[in-house]
Design a protein around this ligand. Structure first.
Ligand SMILES: Cc1cc2nc3c(=O)[nH]c(=O)nc-3n(C[C@H](O)[C@H](O)[C@H](O)COP(=O)(O)OP(=O)(O)OC[C@H]3O[C@@H](n4cnc5c(N)ncnc54)[C@H](O)[C@@H]3O)c2cc1C
Length: 495
């Protein structure tokens, strides 16, 4: 069992903890991030709809909320951040559909608010909203239901890949001096006069400051030191991903008041989910889906785009969309020093937390400084990361060049997503240790077969590259072993 001494301990390797770690790496901070999973970005961050609040989708927010301020602060930061870290970011635009004249009430309110907030809360370089009529809507999105008489078009809305962003943030933080410990679960914390003693499954950690960015488990961690001076409620949210073959059904995110939404992803799929208004409270950590939830979401999606079909769903899942704080209100977050425990900072970043994360990270530096942490600029801070090659995205010329350099790029392992052995080996070289680690870095298993065909091949490559047996390869660390028996043992077990 090891003992680590660090000045700042960040608990949780989701987008929140990752953004904070990377921001701290701009300074000569002695900081450690611990993540209980085998990889980062596998908590709530993995379930995000990937929509980046860049325009009208922040107009629902209440201006007095802390969360609103964090998202507004993050708006101009997100695209440059993705550029620095070489993570995809694409403006797809959104269409809020209008069914009849009475349905204009909400869009008109949004357009009024957009004008009032433009340059005040919203960045001044943001593109204006515009109303498009029925004919334009038909021309732009022929697969949207014909009942809609028009839509409010917001060209600003964007999508990205939050898990890749989290991985890149953590890689960059590590490169700039932050200590990262995976498969390290915080089990207990004791607050002393000058600092904290933290017990994990891998030993103890002594630290002076704690940033609690444990996502769904933020309350559990805070309770360990009686710093749970907030109330949180998980809200269950269902999402489904459609096959890429129907990825062209729509080009922009479409939504309607009181209904769901359908949107392209950054990788060319479509997905749909139930909007917050029609969600229901779920028991924390229960990620099961059920038919009622799935049917409701599909019905909502088909109201918008009738051609969305259950037959094209390749994956569906449930995440906890916010910790809704009924004491304060919808969409509020809990980011700040505990009222009762000095130097213990809760960072429950709420919804939309991916968008809030860059703002949270900046604010965290102020909070830590006000709590007495001395920070000097890191003279060796390098903000850039280079993404690994994405074979399916390259031109023929580039593909040939890559194969000539490394023939493993000529061997396609995942046919659904055209992922090569070269990419899988590179993902492992960059830190993937599990099937999910590889999947979220370069996408084998993200297509129609969901890993049914390529899974065994990826297992073999992982075993070979890590120097372990195939039985030791796991889906996501811990006991999630993929192969319980070798073929021969399985036969013997069934005799
Ligand atoms: C369905 C859905 C759709 C969403 N859509 C959007 C969207 O479109 N745009 C947007 O901006 N936001 C969206 N969000 C919100 C966003 O995903 C979250 O706000 C954000 O991911 C929260 O990040 P986090 O780092 O706080 O939590 P997490 O990602 O959960 O990270 C916390 C980490 O802490 C780790 N941890 C927990 N306990 C311990 C422990 N004891 N020891 C060590 N580590 C621990 C966990 O393993 C986890 O990795 C969506 C959320 C959901 C569920």
């Amino acid at each position: 069992m090891s003992r680590v001494e660090t000045e700042v301990l960040i608990i949780g390797g989701g987008i929140g903890g990752a953004a904070i770690a990377r921001e701290l790496s701009r300074y000569t901070a002695d900081a450690t991030l611990v993540e209980k999973g085998a990889d980062v970005g596998q908590g709530i961050t993995k379930y995000s709809s990937t929509i980046m609040c860049q325009g009208a989708n922040v107009l629902e927010f209440r201006s007095e909320y802390h969360n609103s301020r964090l998202v507004w602060a993050g708006m101009p930061l997100m695209e440059p951040l993705c550029r620095e870290l070489d993570v995809p970011f694409k403006r797809i635009g959104s269409l809020e559909l209008v069914e009849n004249q009475a349905g204009m009430r909400h869009p008109e309110k949004m357009m009024r608010r957009f004008k009032d907030w433009h340059g005040k809360y919203l960045p001044s370089d943001i593109e204006p909203l515009q109303f498009i009529d029925r004919d334009t809507l038909r021309a732009w999105e022929p697969n949207v239901d014909k009942k809609y008489i028009g839509a409010v078009y917001d060209p600003n809305i964007a999508v990205n890949d939050p898990v890749r962003l989290t991985i890149a943030l953590v890689d960059n933080a590590k490169k700039n001096g932050i200590n990262v410990l995976l498969e390290t679960e915080v089990l207990d914390i004791k607050a002393g006069t000058d600092g904290f003693e933290v017990w994990t499954n891998n030993g103890s950690i002594a630290c002076r400051y704690i940033i609690n960015a444990a996502g769904e488990y933020v309350g559990k961690i805070a309770q360990m030191v009686d710093a749970d001076d907030f109330a949180m409620y998980p809200v269950k949210s269902y999402q489904a991903v459609l096959d890429k073959k129907v990825g062209g059904l729509i080009n922009r995110m479409v939504l309607a008041t009181g209904s769901g939404m359908v949107s392209p992803t950054i990788h060319g799929n479509l997905f749909f989910g139930i909007s917050p208004g029609s969600q229901r409270l779920g028991k924390a950590h229960d990620h099961s889906t059920d038919k009622k939830l799935a049917d409701t979401a599909l019905r909502h999606a088909q109201e918008l785009v009738p051609a969305v079909s259950a037959a094209d769903i390749i994956n569906s899942f449930v995440g906890f969309i916010v910790f809704r704080n009924f004491e304060i209100g919808w969409h509020e977050c809990t980011v700040g020093v505990s009222r009762w425990v000095p130097r213990f900072i809760n960072a429950s970043i709420g919804f939309p937390g991916i968008c809030a994360a860059p703002g949270v990270a900046k604010e965290m530096i102020d909070i830590l400084t006000r709590q007495g942490l001395r920070l000097a600029e890191n003279p060796r801070f390098d903000p850039y990361e280079k993404a690994m090659p994405d074979f399916s995205d390259l031109s023929d010329e580039e593909k040939k060049e890559l194969i000539a350099r490394d023939p493993r790029y000529g061997h396609v392992v995942c046919r659904c997503e055209t992922v090569t052995e070269g990419e899988i080996v590179e993902a492992i070289r960059r830190g993937a240790r599990t099937l999910d680690g590889v999947k979220f870095r370069c996408r084998p298993g993200m297509g129609r077969c969901q890993g049914g065909f390529c899974g065994p091949r990826v297992t073999r490559i992982l075993a070979r590259e890590l120097g372990i047996s195939e039985e030791e390869v796991t889906k996501k660390g811990g006991e999630s072993r993929n192969l319980l028996y070798k073929g021969k043992e399985l036969l013997e077990a069934h005799q």
